[in-house]
Each structure stands twice: as structure tokens, then as C-alpha cells.
Design a protein around this ligand. Structure first.
Ligand code: FAD
Ligand code: SF4
Length: 468
């Protein structure tokens, strides 16, 4: 156990947590946000007013009992605090790191406008890390076997949530994953400097200890058909995510040096290209890298590219910083690390040399017009404002849509116009005993929402299979 220091003096000032200095962290893939020390966590917890109306809790998609866990932390009841979080959430060390708290709980915190919100996310992370490192939580007891089998397609957070909930209820769970490692985007998309791999491993290992069976390198719809799966299992959960890249559809997109963010991040994060030649994954970025997009994927791509050592990394985004969908903290981190931004800018063509290698990107300046159907102001080209940016590589990070294999190989499974699976309020698809959730339904959302869908589906599967 860590030494507990004397109770610190309460303060009004929000603690933003310690970070690896930008000049150091651009040379490594170690975690950037260093979290709170025990004392810092207590001081931050002392800022919470324990509001009776619980606005932060209401704003959380899974209604984590925030005032209660912070109060327990403040009273140094760490075991109580982690148990309180687990009452409604499943992976607090992950959510505490990557959940966009600034739009959920911290946005609703009553201290936000005058004193800045309580650092709820960092406190959640602290409690979860402390509990993990000090083995405060023992594995839950599982109910006796029901004799029923459930298959989960994909090993992302939504399937992991289904597995975690149902294994405790006595179901035999098998998770089928197309890749050679588990965690979905938590493994191949979000870089280790935002989410250390031991945090994801811990959750997967715990599920294995509870009896969940994981099978890797299996593509459902190809290696095993959906029909075969239906014969062998009483229920199926589809958590296949949204990993299909959206192309720019511009001339020159096939040039050497042009990557989808999915390919680029997978090579870096899953296949350890940043450790080349120790790992046999070469990845050419050259001296000048351009990233197109403004979401978390664009920020992760830019920050990974920066760590591969080019002279310049530039993000081009067609709206302004205010409209960027990426977490504000990640945009700031990228800026501190020296990533440049060209706002109100869009690419119009990619130009190559005689060997078919990218050499420049023709861009145009934009201005914001009236709001479009998304509610955001529509970017409009400014005629005659074209200009050239030199580039050796370009990463396209403008959105992803559902992995299409299951939709293509299973006839009759209802989808919408974006190829997302259609589900009812219990996450049930148009097929009996087939459920779905996470990005394959939402078309690209958040870890917390994927987990929430998984929990809801697990409840519905349990109810349905008990009646059988
Ligand atoms: P995924 O995590 O995509 O997992 C799906 C899994 O299914 C994959 O492992 C895939 O290989 C597997 N699979 C697909 N098809 C098959 C098949 N036919 N057979 C077997 N396996 C299959 N959210 C946040 O909350 N905060 C963030 O900071 C954040 N950053 C992000 C950064 C990046 C780069 C990306 C891409 C996304 C980010 N997100 C973030 C979004 C978040 O990661 C996703 O919403 C979440 O991972 C969705 O979970 P999922 O389980 O639905 O799917
Ligand atoms: Fe604490 Fe803020 Fe929640 Fe109030 S709204 S209970 S101050 S975290």
C-alpha cells in the first residue's frame, strides 16, 4: 500500500494533473497525462460540494455515482470509492482517461463557471489505478452455469461489457476477434501515450480469469459464417465497431504516402511501427506530414506522426478550432507538442512525383456559412484562395463507418442508410437473439456509449434467455 500523507488543505483551484513535458514526450510513447498523487487526489476531492441535486451524475451516460465516490475518496475509503464506481460503470481506468468528461459530468458541475469543474475524470482514473495497483478489488463471484452460450463478435469495449456482465450471470461467453490482440479501438486506435496497454490488458485478463473465452484472428462472416455461429450459440452480440475509413474522394488519393487513419494508427499502435526495426513494420512518413480532419482520430494520428520524427506535422481542418469534435485537451496537447494547424482549410487535390509518391497537397481556404443539418456552420470554399502545401505523407482522418462484413454476408439484418445496424431499445437487431451495440450501431461514438450499449444488451440477453 502507498504511504498515506496527512490530510491536505482544501483549495478552490482545479488541478489539471501533471503531464510529461512536451519536449520530452514527443520522443516517446509513454503516457502523457501522469494523473494525481494520493495527496493531489484528496485535495481535488475536497473541492466537491457533494451537491444534493447530483447534476454531474445525471449528466453521465451511465450515471456514475460521482458525488458519493468523490466523498468516499475524500474520506480515504478507496475500496468504497471503487465499489461505488463499479455499481454503474465497468472500466473506470479506461473511461477516466478517454471519456470526454468536459461534455458530460464536468460540463454539468456547478463549479464550472466560477471556479472550474471538479476534475472528475482524473479522480475516477486515480481511484481505478489505485485500486488496481493495490489489489483492492477481488474478482466478482459468478452465478452457477446457466448452460447457455453467448458469442460476442469483436473484442472492443462494447463486447467486453457484454462479456463482463453475462459471465457473472453464469453464461458461457466466447469473444471472436478479427485482429491478433483484444480491445478494439482501445488497442489499435487510441495510442499508448493516452491509454497505456496494461490498463486494457488488465480488463481482458480479468475477463479471462472469470472464464470468458477469447478467440483471435477470426473474422466472423469469413473464417466462420454467421449462420454457423447462430447454430452454436443461444445468443449473439455484434460489437464489430466502425473501422471502415471514409475516403477524401480526391484525385491523387492512391499516391504512395497517403494513408487512412485506420491503417496508419493500426501500424503504429497495434503493429508497433514506432519500434521499427525491432518490430518488422516499416512506416514511411517523410519530412512533412499532413493530417486531414478535426476529431480524436485526427489528433491521435497527428501526435503519433509527430513521435515518428518528421520535420513538420500539420492538421488541416475545414472549420475553426471551436467546431473541432476532438477533445479540447487533446487539441491542446497536440499544439503543445508542436503540431501545426491550418483551420478553415480543405484539400482539393493530391499531387505526386514521377514515381507516384505524394509531393504536395493543393488546398483551398474556407469560410463558415449558415448551420447545416448537423447544426454546425457549413464550410464554404473561398474562390481563388487555392494554395499548395508540400507533403511527403498524408493521413485521412475524416470519419469512419461500420465494418461492413456482417451486413454484407447476413441477408435480412436491418441496417440504416449509413450501414449501421438497426436495434430496438434493448439493443436487439431485427433477428431473434441477435443483439448489437457500440459503433456498429452508432456509427462512431465513444467508449462510454459502447460500454453502455453492451450493458443494456447483456441485461436484455439475460432476460430473453431465462425465458427460453
Ligand atoms: P471497436 O472498439 O471498434 O471494436 C470492434 C472490434 O471488432 C475490433 O477489434 C474489430 O477488429 C472487431 N471486428 C470487426 N469486425 C469483425 C468481424 N467480422 N469478426 C470479428 N471481429 C470483428 N472514444 C472516446 O470515448 N474517447 C476517445 O478519446 C476516443 N478516441 C478515439 C480515437 C480513435 C483513433 C478512434 C478510432 C476512436 C476513438 N474513440 C474515442 C471512439 C471509441 O474508441 C469507439 O467509440 C469505441 O471503441 C467503440 O467500441 P466498439 O466496441 O463498438 O468497437
Ligand atoms: Fe461535486 Fe461538481 Fe458533482 Fe457538485 S456537480 S457533486 S461539485 S462534482
Amino acid at each position: 500500500m502507498e504511504n498515506k500523507p496527512k490530510k491536505p488543505t482544501p483549495t478552490l483551484k482545479r488541478n489539471e494533473g501533471r503531464h510529461q513535458p512536451a519536449s520530452e514526450r514527443v520522443n516517446n510513447f509513454e503516457e502523457v497525462a501522469l494523473g494525481f498523487s494520493y495527496e493531489e487526489a484528496l485535495v481535488e476531492a475536497s473541492r466537491c460540494l457533494n451537491c444534493k441535486t447530483r447534476p454531474c451524475e445525471k449528466a453521465c451516460p451511465v450515471n456514475v455515482k460521482i458525488p458519493d465516490f468523490i466523498d468516499m475518496l475524500y474520506k480515504e475509503d478507496l475500496k468504497g470509492a471503487i465499489s461505488k464506481i463499479y455499481e454503474t460503470s465497468l472500466f473506470p481506468a479506461i473511461c477516466g482517461r478517454v471519456c470526454p468528461q468536459e461534455t458530460y459530468c464536468e460540463y454539468a458541475c456547478v463549479l464550472k463557471d466560477k471556479f472550474k469543474s471538479v476534475s472528475i475524470g482524473r479522480l475516477e482514473r486515480f481511484v481505478a489505478d489505485y485500486a488496481r495497483k493495490n489489489s483492492l478489488m477481488s474478482l466478482p463471484k459468478c452465478d452457477s452455469h446457466t448452460g447457455k452460450k453467448v458469442a460476442c463478435i469483436g473484442a472492443g469495449p462494447s463486447s467486453l461489457a457484454v462479456a463482463a456482465e453475462l459471465v457473472k450471470k453464469g453464461y458461457e461467453i466466447t469473444v471472436f476477434e478479427a485482429l491478433h490482440k483484444y480491445g478494439g479501438v482501445l488497442r489499435y486506435g487510441i495510442p499508448s501515450f493516452r491509454l497505456p496497454r496494461e490498463v486494457v490488458d488488465f480488463e481482458v485478463e480479468n475477463l479471462k480469469k472469470l472464464g470468458v473465452k477469447f478467440i483471435k484472428n477470426v473474422l466472423i462472416g469469413k473464417s466462420i459464417s454467421f449462420e454457423e455461429l447462430k447454430k452454436d450459440f443461444d445468443a449473439i452480440y455484434i460489437g464489430s465497431g466502425a473501422g471502415l475509413p471514409t475516403p477524401l474522394n480526391l484525385p491523387g488519393e492512391n499516391l504512395i504516402g497517403v494513408y487512412s487513419s485506420n491503417e496508419f494508427l493500426t501500424r503504429v499502435n497495434l503493429m508497433s511501427a514506432y519500434k521499427f526495426p525491432e518490430y518488422d513494420t516499416p512506416l514511411y512518413v517523410g519530412k512533412k506530414v499532413i493530417i486531414v480532419g478535426g476529431g480524436n482520430t485526427a489528433m491521435d494520428s497527428a501526435r503519433c506522426a509527430k513521435r515518428l520524427g518528421p520535420e513538420a506535422v500539420t492538421v488541416i481542418y475545414r472549420r475553426t478550432r471551436a467546431e473541432m469534435p476532438a477533445r479540447a485537451e487533446e487539441v491542446e496537447n497536440a499544439m503543445e507538442e508542436g503540431v501545426k494547424f491550418e483551420f478553415l482549410t480543405a484539400p482539393i487535390s493530391l499531387e505526386g512525383d514521377e514515381k507516384g509518391k505524394l509531393k504536395a497537397v493543393k488546398c483551398i481556404r474556407m469560410q463558415l456559412g449558415r448551420p447545416d443539418e448537423s447544426g454546425r456552420r457549413k464550410p464554404i470554399e473561398i474562390k481563388g484562395s487555392e494554395f499548395i502545401l508540400e507533403a511527403d505523407s498524408l493521413i485521412v482522418a475524416i470519419g469512419q463507418s461500420p465494418n461492413p462484413l456482417i451486413q454484407q454476408t447476413v441477408s435480412g439484418l436491418k441496417t440504416n442508410k449509413w450501414n449501421c445496424l438497426v436495434v430496438d431499445e434493448n439493443q436487439k437487431t431485427s433477428f431473434e437473439n441477435v443483439y448489437a451495440g457500440g459503433d456498429v450501431v452508432r456509427g462512431g461514438a465513444t467508449v462510454l456509449l459502447a460500454m453502455k450499449d453492451g450493458k443494456a444488451a447483456a441485461k436484455a440477453i439475460d432476460e430473453a434467455l431465462r425465458k427460453k
